[in-house]
Design a protein around this ligand. Structure first.
Ligand SMILES: Cc1ncc(COP(=O)(O)O)c(C=O)c1O
Ligand SMILES: N[C@@H](CCCC[NH3+])C(=O)O
Length: 445
């Protein structure tokens, strides 16, 4: 199986973290996001430990955009990680979960006045400043509130990571950060150093996501340390923290070959140490921001098979009860997945089919050409590695209620987000009539 926490029980059913997936589907309904909480915690610890072993003065920040709920924020806090939030909504969720504001890093390329005010009012640990407009906004807010704030500047280091175009972020032609090549980074440093309301603590860069090589991390280490040296020389200013973002690749299919986390980190740490030695610089605090690698492999989605359409000599379409509304990644990035029929996990593979979502889009295909046992309506399809950027990117397209979320821990299933209801879909609508009472059947857990 794709991940170690997946197995097949004596009934021939798929199990995740020791819990029968078919039972989960029948108890909680489908589509269903299932997370192995034990694996999330293990991944948090692994990142912390691997980094600390290589570099003492370090910290791991969980990137909330991958999967953000109050329960997730609690796990992140309990595991001693920092938290990266990227909107007022993520910040609100974290604060509601009692996540300490001082451990929050606030990201985003267009933070609004209200979002920044909220962040400053609640005392977030760091604002990761993306652009000149934002520096001025922060300055104004801090002056009005008579506060100061610790910031990192997001740098676009000019590195091309070999990943999907939509998830590359380090190249100069990017909407994120201050460009290094065009001199914006140094102008931003100069501005921040002079500003009384902000305390420039460090620099940030993020080169992309789902990366399978060490070279971009090595390059990022070198480029950022050169910048630290330039800042020291030009402004006599010490940069105390370097945050290198996330990007650690994971396995969606057997063809994906992520490296052990240690290898990416070693590459990064080596280049930082070498540059520090070469230029006689103090070693900065080293931060990383993994999202996908912490939650991605820990999640899977369960669907129920419905209509099956065989077009002889062409293709067999197997439709499931979810689709691009709970997994936009195939449509957005042409992302590939592996899946099994959870109730036939030990049956031989018999046919090649394509898994279609239920949204009104021809592009709503979850998997093209997958080998499965004979598929029938009512079968439970389990799609793997759906922990990151699935729930967080879900929508109500076609007025589909968002799936429930279940955490498995110590072989017990716990509902952490209820399935949305049809009432939830219309709850914010202002409608003049009283509206009619409509009966319907839905799996409400
Ligand atoms: C600034 C920043 N940090 C961290 C992450 C998390 O990246 P990943 O999920 O690839 O680890 C992202 C998303 O790519 C990001 O934009
Ligand atoms: N949402 C993307 C990654 C973007 C990361 C955010 N900067 C994905 O599913 O792969």
């Amino acid at each position: 199986m794709l991940h170690e926490n997946l197995s097949i029980n004596e009934k021939g059913h798929l199990e995740i973290a020791g819990v029968d997936a078919v039972e989960l589907a029948s108890t909680f309904g489908t589509p269903l996001y299932v997370f192995d909480e034990g694996l999330i915690r293990e991944n948090c610890r692994k990142f912390k430990k691997e980094l600390a072993n290589l570099y003492e003065n370090s910290g791991v920040i969980y990137a909330g955009k991958a999967f953000m709920t109050m329960n997730m924020a609690k796990i992140v806090e309990e595991e001693g990680l920092y938290l990266d939030v990227v909107s007022g909504g993520e910040l609100y969720t974290a604060l509601k979960a009692n996540f300490p504001a001082s451990r929050i890093f606030f990201h985003g390329n267009n933070k609004s006045f209200q979002e920044l005010k909220m962040a400053i009012q609640y005392g977030v640990g760091r604002i990761v400043v993306d652009n000149f407009y934002e520096i001025e906004l922060i300055n104004d807010i801090c002056k009005k509130m008579k506060k100061t704030v610790d910031i990192l500047l997001r740098i676009t280091p000019g590195i091309e990571a070999h990943t999907h175009d939509y998830i590359k972020t380090g190249q100069i032609d990017s909407k994120f950060g201050f460009g290094l090549e065009n001199g914006h980074a140094l102008i931003a440093v100069k501005t921040a150093v002079k500003m009384k309301t902000v305390n420039l603590v460090g620099l940030h860069c993020h080169i992309g996501s789902q990366i399978f090589e060490t070279q971009p991390f090595k390059d990022a280490g070198i480029i950022m340390m050169e910048l630290v040296k330039t800042i020291k020389d030009e402004f006599n200013y010490d940069i105390e923290e370097l945050d290198f973002g996330g990007g650690f690749g994971i396995k969606y299919t057997k063809d994906d070959k992520p490296l052990p986390v240690k290898e990416y980190l070693e590459a990064l740490v080596l280049s930082i140490r070498e540059k520090a030695k070469e230029h006689g610089l103090k070693l900065p605090k080293l931060l990383i921001e993994p999202g996908r690698a912490i939650v991605g492999p820990a999640g899977m989605t369960l669907y129920t098979v419905g209509a099956i359409k065989n077009i002889p000599g062409v293709r067999k379409y197997v439709s499931v009860d979810g689709g691009m509304s709970d997994n936009i990644r195939p449509a957005l990035y042409n992302a590939k997945y592996e899946a099994v029929i959870a109730n036939k996990a030990s049956k031989p593979l018999e046919e090649v089919v394509s898994i279609a979502g239920k949204c009104c889009e021809s592009g709503d295909m979850l998997i093209w050409d997958i080998n499965l046992p004979k598929v029938e309506p009512g079968d439970i399809l389990a799609v793997f590695s759906t922990g990151a950027y699935h729930h967080s990117m879900s929508s109500n397209y076609n007025m589909l209620p968002r799936p429930a979320v279940v955490f498995i821990y110590n072989k017990k299933a716990r509902l952490v987000i209820k399935r949305e209801t049809y009432e939830d879909l219309i709850k914010n609508e202002l409608f003049e009539d009283k509206g009619k009472t409509v009966s319907f059947f839905e799996h409400t857990v």
